[in-house]
Every structure is written in C-alpha cells, then in structure tokens.
Design a protein around this ligand. Sequence first.
Ligand code: NDP
Ligand code: 8X3
Length: 264
Amino acid sequence: SARLAGKTIVITGASSGIGKATAIEFARTSPDNLKLVLTARRIDTLKEIAAEIEAFAKGVKVLPVKLDVSRPEEVSGFVEGLPQEWRSVDVLVNNAGLVKGMAQAPDIKPEDIDIMFSTNVTGLINMTQAILPIFKKRPDGGAGDIINIGSIAGREPYQGGSIYCATKAAIRSFTDALRRELISTRIRIMEIDPGQVETEFSVVRFYGDAEKARKVYEGVQPLTPEDIAEVVVFAAGRRENVVLADTLVFPNHQAAATVMHRKP
Ligand code: NDP
Ligand code: 8X3
C-alpha cells in the first residue's frame, strides 16, 4: 500500500513460514522506500531472503539481524544495535514462535515448557517493550503498529497442546491489555490468529521428523504462509484511524482448533 511508503518494519521469525512470507509481501506491495528489518536466529537464511527481496523490489532496503527473542539480553540491545537510519521503527510484527511436542501433563519436558514460554510469551513482551519507547516519542501520545501473531490455539485449548495453547492465550491477554493501556495514543495494537498453516511449524513440533509433520496436512488443504502474510500487510496498510484489532483466519476445511474435514 502507498500508505506504507517510507516506513520501517521489523519482523521477528522472518527466516521461515509466515514471517518470511510477510517480508516478501510487504516488499511486493509497498516498494517505495520501504525498510525491512528481518530478524531470527538463522542469520544465513535471513541473508538469502534479503538478497532475494532486494533483487525483485528495487525500492526496498533489507537489513538481516540475528536475534533470539528468547534471550532478554539480545532483545534489550536490539534497538541500539541498529544503524541510526533504521531505528525509527513504524511497524513491529511479533511473529517468532514455536511449538514442541504433543505431550500431556505430567509428561511434558521442562525444556519444552521453557522454550515455548520464553519465545512465544516473554520474547514477544520483551520485543514490544523494546519498540514502544520509539512509538511513544511521536506526537499525539505516540504512533506505530504492533501486529501480534496469535493462534486459534489461544482461543481454544486442545489435548496435547496445553503449553502452546497457554502461550497463545497469554499473547491474547497481553495484546488486549496493551490496546486498552494505549487508548490515548495513535498506536495500533492488532492480533492475527491463524488456523492451520503449512510451514516448518509441525516439523519443529515433532523435533525434525518430517514424515510425522507431513501427516498433519494429509487430506486437508491448509493455509499457505502467503495467505496470512496478505492479512498482516492489509492490517498495516489501513488508514491510520482503522484498527484491525482481532482477526481469526481458517482454511476452508477448518471450523475450530480440532474440527477439520479430511478427505479420505
Ligand atoms: P515456522 O517454524 O515456519 O517459523 C517460525 C519462525 O520463528 C522461524 O523464522 C524461526 O526462526 C522463528 N523463531 C523460533 N524461535 C525463535 C527465537 N527464539 N528467536 C527468534 N526467532 C525464532 O512456523 P510458522 O511460520 O508457522 O510460525 C510463525 C508464527 O505463527 C508462530 O508464532 C506460530 O505460533 C504462529 N502460528 C502458526 C500456525 C501454523 O499452523 N503454522 C497457526 C497459528 C499460529 P529461527 O529458527 O531462524 O530462529
Ligand atoms: C497453530 C495451530 O492448532 O496446530 O497455532 O496449534 S494449532
């Protein structure tokens, strides 16, 4: 959108899936002086994505930055680590997140609990706190967009997903409270909750077992990461008085977290 011309956009978890697709979609649709800061742990992958984007979108500058959002010391140094001309962030897409396993209490591994909470919840909160001071310096109490990627799992807990679902429910509470806290500003707090999207999500869930991950999508037609990327970019591109506060997106075969129509 022309409304995004000249903006600086930070995306977490931009090395794969929804985050990567979102970076490409911003670049494809808003080529005028857009600055994209792409962050994740896999810096080599980010560099390849940056080169890919700069090759097709001539007006777009891309800065790949290695950032593990689960490490508070990396997040607190993130803004200061950016070159000066990249620090005036306008949009933060809090997308980095993961699920580990399908275990049920009392058999959930402590390290899986830790990584899900420290990434999905504390990481998202720390990123938000790192960026908000930039937004708050602007007139009218502040301006800027935060787009949090939640999940249907945050609205509807399911068996074998207790921790992941709890992290996504925490994101939902944090997001709703933040929107209330910032009501006197021009800062927009938005949440987008995907249903089933085919990405590396299930490969990560099953600790790298690609065959198990493939079975999750058997007989169904999941969303693509591009489907969610279109919604993220649409939300960011609305007129400044419009807040797409809360959006749930399903593929056509899905009606609830565990209600899926599978073709035999
Ligand atoms: P992917 O596994 O494809 O992508 C996840 C991204 O998060 C990767 O870029 C990964 O990068 C990054 N990431 C993971 N841990 C960290 C960390 N500690 N610090 C920084 N980045 C990190 O999955 P999706 O694209 O599906 O997931 C994106 C978001 O969408 C997640 O929040 C997920 O919960 C949510 N979601 C996914 C759904 C689905 O069905 N796929 C449905 C609903 C929501 P790297 O490994 O390089 O750090
Ligand atoms: C991912 C959706 O339902 O597979 O957030 O956990 S689900």
